[in-house]
Design a protein around this ligand. Structure first.
Ligand code: ZN
Length: 155
């Protein structure tokens, strides 16, 4: 009986852990939790490091229409181009595509229509990826403005 319990627990670890284990191995955050807390505002820390979501329409980036790049607020890695930004009428800066290799997504939680999106460099949580249809082109990224730093094009 005890043996079966142990094996079941082990199976749960093996089946449930791969994504988290891979993320830990390849995306080590560049800062300790204490450093992140010191670097970020409480609201930004909640979104970037605790997986939170800002209130809809709270970010000035919802109405940002200039050409430029949207970078990670945690490490300044460029994540999105203004060329793929569009108005999804959700109150969140929304994009049709991310820059190549810029983000990682984790598996959708059961019953949720979206997958959490993280910065590929510092592993900060930046928003959600919604699948609107069966093809990968039928998706959109709904971001937290507080997790992004907008860098206008100078050209
Ligand atoms: Zn980052």
């Amino acid at each position: 009986m005890e043996r079966r319990v142990a094996l079941t627990a082990l199976a749960g670890l093996v089946l449930g852990a791969p994504l988290a284990a891979r993320a830990a191995a390849t995306h080590r955050p560049p800062h300790s939790d204490a450093e992140w807390r010191a670097m970020l505002s409480p609201a930004a820390y909640h979104v970037l490091r605790q997986g939170g979501t800002e209130p809809a329409f709270s970010s000035p980036l919802v109405a940002e229409h200039r050409a430029g790049t949207y970078a990670c607020a945690g490490c300044r890695r460029p994540l999105f181009s203004s060329k793929t930004k569009y108005d999804a009428h959700t109150g969140y800066p929304s994009f049709r595509a991310a820059l190549p290799g810029a983000i990682t997504t984790t598996a959708r939680a059961h019953g949720k229509p979206y997958a959490p999106v993280h910065c590929a460099r510092c592993d900060s949580h930046v928003g959600r990826l919604y699948r609107d249809g069966p093809k990968s082109a039928d998706s959109h990224y709904s971001m937290n403005g507080i997790a992004l730093a907008f860098l206008p094009s100078t050209a």
